[in-house]
Design a protein around this ligand. Structure first.
Ligand code: DON
Length: 332
């Protein structure tokens, strides 16, 4: 690219092809109307069910998007891998894994269960594990821990992010199931006495506003060994990224995790706000926003788009047309 031009000012033929694919996939699924917007957190019920955005960001700083890519929505469970990364960075792997496991549960995101052998939550992607992780990264006073999370996520997105306090209040008033999970973990010594503070950290993380573009850039930051490809800032300690991508791959889609790994083959995470993002290691991040969810709490159009993009762009981790697999040509 000529010096001085902003990213995206000049597109190569290959990049124009990606742009066309993104717009084609957007058109293909714009009329899908299945699913329903989450209402168990009342404030989420206000989402516009027609919103639909797609964004793909590469590790060399190219950004491609279609539709409502700049519409804000709450990150919800897509905060979980990033909070896990922060716990690993702050407490180290050994200490963190005393509080949360890395085994798929095969159960719903909000299941009230702990591993019977260890009493830990099964993994950091289900609510129990995410609350245990929130307990590790919370601070006293709680606002300091929430701010530290928002600051880190802002670095990953490359712009200043903020909490939606209406959603936070709505989650806090209705989060009885999460409260039950937290007290169960307090009983087993998995989290400390500051149960309400741990819950506040978790609810606030879920209530952070992002756009589809933010999520694609955050995903590309993970793909790029922790360095934001647009700002050049080293946001995450790369030694831990392999661990969070692994739990995203095996547990990110809960009771659909196996089917997802089989069909799409990407580390990914969904949220009940309607977002979903995936990481193609060393290559790109992809994100979809569409608030209507299926029975498992995943965005209906989000799943369809990710399947289609994985197929058209050869993104599956074990796909031999995956760009990352090209080294085989040199071996053979
Ligand atoms: O704990 C909850 O219920 C929400 N704050 C987050 C759940 C969520 O996004 C599950 N993901 N699909």
């Amino acid at each position: 690219m000529p010096a001085g031009l902003p990213p995206n000012a000049v597109r190569t033929a290959y990049e124009r092809e990606i742009e066309e694919i993104i717009h084609g996939v957007y058109q293909k699924y714009s009329d899908v109307n299945e699913g329903s917007v989450a209402t168990y957190i009342p404030e989420l019920g206000k989402a516009n069910p027609r919103h639909f955005g797609i964004c793909l960001a590469t590790v060399d700083g190219q950004v491609f998007h279609a539709g409502d890519w700049d519409e804000e929505f709450t990150i919800q469970s897509m905060c979980k891998p990033f909070a896990f990364q922060m716990a690993l960075e702050q407490c180290g792997a050994e200490e963190t894994l005393k509080h949360v496991g890395v085994e798929p549960s095969g159960d719903a995101f909000n299941s009230i269960e702990l591993d019977p052998k260890t009493t830990r939550p099964f993994n950091p992607m289900i609510n129990a594990g995410a609350i245990a992780v929130a307990s590790l990264i919370k601070q006293l006073p709680v606002e300091a821990g929430v701010q530290a999370f928002v600051d880190k996520m802002s670095q990953a997105a490359g712009r200043r992010l903020r909490i939606d306090y209406d959603v936070l209040q709505s989650e806090t008033l209705t989060g009885h199931r999460n409260r039950a999970i937290a007290y169960l973990m307090r009983n087993f010594g998995i989290i400390d006495d500051h149960v309400n503070e741990s819950l506040h950290q978790y609810f606030a993380q879920c209530s952070m506003l992002v756009t589809c573009r933010d999520m694609a850039i955050m995903a590309a930051t993970l793909a790029n060994m922790g360095k934001n490809p647009l700002t050049g800032e080293q946001v995450f300690d790369f030694q831990y990224i392999k661990y969070i991508l692994t739990v995203m791959f095996t547990c990110g889609l809960y009771d659909y995790a196996g089917g997802w790994a089989y069909e799409v083959g990407l580390p990914a995470k969904s949220g009940v706000g309607g977002g979903i993002f995936g990481v193609v290691n060393r290559q790109l991040g992809v994100s979809v926003y569409s608030p209507k969810l299926d029975a498992q709490g995943n965005s209906v159009r989000g799943i369809l788009v990710c399947k289609e993009l994985a197929s058209q762009l050869g993104l599956h981790a074990f796909e031999f047309t995956n760009v990352g697999s090209n080294f085989l040509q040199w071996l053979l």
